[in-house]
Design a protein around this ligand. Sequence first.
Ligand SMILES: *Cc1c(COP(=O)(O)O)cnc(C)c1O
Length: 405
Amino acid sequence: MSRDPLERPAAIPLSIPSLEGNAWKYVKDCIDTNWVSSVGAYVGKFERQVADFLGRKYAVATNCGTSALHISLQLAGVQSGDEVLVSTLTFIAPANAVRYCGAWPIFIDAEPRYLQMDPQRVEEFLNNRCEWRDGALWNRATRRRVKAILPVHVLGHPVDLDPILKLARKYELAVVEDAAESLGAKYRGRMVGALGDLACISFNGNKVITTGGGGMLLTDDEAMAARARYLTTQAKDEPLEYVHGEVGYNYRMPNLLAAVGCSQMELLPKFLLAKRRIVEDYARGLAGIPGIELCAEAPYASSTFWLATIQVDPKVYGHTSRELCAHLRTHRIESRSLWQALHLSPAHHGAEAVEQGVAERLCQRSLNLPSSVALEPAEIAHVCQVIDGFCMASRETGIRASKIA
Ligand SMILES: *Cc1c(COP(=O)(O)O)cnc(C)c1O
């Protein structure tokens, strides 16, 4: 068997962090002062920086984005046996967080243009499949209470949120935004992560900014913020005698990681410009390649362009997205397909879905392209050339060549 070229690090990886600026200085400060763990000045500073950036009142740093989601759902009042509407086209973390609460996901299909939770499917489910009774909304088929909506802003692009917020108000549902991939995105001029009752961000290594691993919960509700702090620190009522009021969690972010986060927040505006420039370069480089379409921004949106994403039409391009992925791999270019639609995931077998196959089709056709903020224009041009060179139409008919000439 031939060696997999990606056993070596990819020459052009999908998305790697950029730890420039003050990261080293702030981490050294933690070590020099011995404030390395879950108490320390950088945690509060990082929380303030992110809250101010988003225009939210309160932020609580956590050890990862998934734990921020878990706590957010609890604060939203989601209880065992409830149901939560979740995007079906997303990384699995938000659906798992629903299950951690003992609740059940209802998977909502994506709209085909921007890959986000489709507000029409949300409306269809709430209006047609539920009933209002005893001051709550009930799923008629399962007889479970519907408690919250968890829209995921996937790939850095905002969900069309206004219709969803309106439905949530109508049916008294909490909205928890999963903005894990979308720190810095805007929806109709408003910051993503500042629109739901609660919002969550991830600082995993591949996200818009990173702390190595980490997350944050955001809200404007003082009581919710206080409770989030309580639950993420083992629900300690009496710190000297170790009296715990209930079962809490160890979900806090260490000062060492918050220090990295502070340095990353200083770089965020630069990172967002870099991501936008990367997608503009891809748009130029991929223009005219038959069967390749770069995912664009909705008129209502300003995306973080977390990962540049293309749709491959195999009939026109001559290869499937998976074949293109494998081809890029032989050139040591890392690309990645989208997540399996969660209503098809063995992990969530049997969950109800409101879908018409859109997410599944998007998953089959889509590919994320290298999008690290330090990516050079020449590297993007190279990726585009490799994609162009693999296109059947270009090679067989010379369409591409004649277009360039
Ligand atoms: C990364 C991610 C998460 C989880 O964040 P972690 O910090 O890895 O726990 C949640 N939701 C989405 C959409 C993500 O992409």
